[in-house]
Design a protein around this ligand. Sequence first.
Ligand code: ATP
Ligand code: MG
Length: 717
Amino acid sequence: MSVIGIDFGNESCYVAVAKAGGIETIANDYSLRATPSFIAFSEKNRILGVAAKNQQVTNMKNTVYCLKRLLGRKYRDPHVQQELQLLPFTVVEEKGGNIGIKVRYLNEEHTFSPEQCLAMLLTKLKDISANALQTPINDCVISVPSYYTNNERKALLDSAAIAGLNVLRLMNEPTATALSYGIYKQDLPNPEEKARNVVFVDCGHCSLQVSAVAFHKGKLRMLSCSSDPHLGGRDFDMLIADHFCKQFQTKYGIDAKSNPRAFIRLLAEAEKLKKQMSANSTTLPLNIECFMNDKDVSGDMKRADMESLAQGLLQRVEQTLKQCLTQSGLDVNDIHSVEVVGGSTRIPAIKGLIERIFNRTPSTTLNQDEAVSRGCALQCAILSPAVRVRDFSVTDVQVYPITVAWDASPSGESAGEIEVFPVNHAVPFSKMLTFYRMEPFTLRARYSGSIPYPDKEIGKWVIKDIRPNADGKPQKVKVKARVNLHGIMTISSASLFEAKETPEPETPEEQQAAKGGEQQQETNAEQQNGPQQQQPNDVDMDGQQQQQGGAAPEVGSGSSWTKRISAWFSGEAAEKDKKKKQTVKSIELPIESLTFGFSNVELNQFTEQEFKMIASDKQEKERADARNAFEEYVYELRNKVSSEDELAPYILEKDRTSLVTRLDDMENWLYEEGEDCHKQVYVDKLASLKEIGDPVHSRRYEHETRPGQVEEFARSL
Ligand code: ATP
Ligand code: MG
């Protein structure tokens, strides 16, 4: 079983595998390391990765990309609406405001969710990996932007589930990059020494992420992570393309924006020009033949022109760099180095800004394109028992503050809310919240502060089966709020602490029995969670970091809460009746989660649909392979029987003539009624042709090899 890391990029995906000898990047079916994040649909099959991008210009409506921008969002989200202006395929609003991608597939109209479309791409990556490694693929770590919210993360997990991938961790891209930097560094400071602080700048196709990370031997801690989710190479391409659009309008009187196919071609040329400008500061040409209305177009640009066009973008790069520095609390002199990754950090103006702000030349220690996937593969190896790798502790941060709110209760507890995870809080992390309730209640979590999403809601959790105690009073309920390894916030468990008064045991045996598990367990729980004992960073039982501390519904009346707690456990009740002892029983409570994502039923249905599509693609591939094999044999045999140097001497002339005629007929058949037959038709035709062709081949083979054999036989005598 192999463990892999997937960098799911806006432009392309990389897959790395952790092996005993180190990390390797897997090449795809075109022997390329980058697989474009493109999927396409045709009347016969789905086309995924390289092939999908290659056919985009001729199949624009059915070629889907930029899924990373649509995942987990609603159709009416302004960011989605902005994306849609750039995307040539059809997107519609589905039930619940969700996004539907409408395509023609197998000669029918189909609407797929972004999750399903991404599952198709993941299926392809899984297939590429399984073929390259010759093992089944199951466990993986997939990268996500650090600015992804709960919904986007859950959507990605749903996609992975549909593709049959078991995600051990969704890893923030900057964190993956930092891991691939840290794990091989032999000279990191010891725990008692000052940390090595490294800044990572990743500017990709659609977004910019800047992070500050503190390294010690064997561990990394993310200090801060700033991003601009709308600033990447694509935005530079767009500026260049816009510039030429205007120029072509005046120069040739054509409006490239009115023709999506022409505009896509222009964007591709703008991207090429942009890359050339990174290496060259002289004026460079842009030429496109037959651009629109049969007109060839041309123009030129030099790096300085591009930089002045991109002033606005570059200012935003500067802001993001500075924001990360401020949030990290580091002084520029505390920074050991600035590492750049992501394709767009090759733009000289971006490198220049980094140099100016951090006062040092950016380093390129890491593989700029593959660092994220390599970090994911390393993390997967660390988490999976299947591969042995040096351990490295990773403490991440979550970038939006999270608030949990609760309703008032009929029994008198007031409504309230508390910021449970402030910005840049360590992840993974669990916190216990304590309530006093006698009936079910609801918790709501949302992002507070400004986030680039219209909907700040994370989810709703109904804590069920709460009942009053024997005296009809509220009981203590502890709820665990958690941001898990994937960076997903959830209410992961809830317990009711039911206090009971039991008679004081009389005999030593009874006394012993009374010291049993429940009493001990509750004492521990209380010790951990009393408001007096705020001890961050202890480790709880499931290995997650946990911060102790309580949040009572009566926020702002902490002292009365403390009094109630101490009254509960100080044994005041026992004082009153020496014959009674209080025991506390913890009862796990059911939680109903109302959060984003597919239900299990839907997931199963989509998984089944994906299976069917995989089977249908496989069938189509086998059919196309059978047709190709037959076509190839027809051409090859005809060429060979027509050549004196090949098979012509080994077939009688009259047989040769009729065979060539038959082969010509077969070629014609292949391009007419034989174009689209069932696989078996080609297999049968190939077999019947081989009955004629193979004896000719074997006559030549015997003729060419027998003399040698006769000589050898003669020598052996
Ligand atoms: P994202 O990180 O936004 O999800 P991604 O990971 O797919 O996207 P990368 O592969 O890091 O993106 O970078 C792709 C971008 O880098 C493209 O916009 C590409 O044009 C740009 N790029 C690649 N090489 C160069 C270069 N030499 N000069 C300028 N830009 C470049
Ligand atoms: Mg990237």
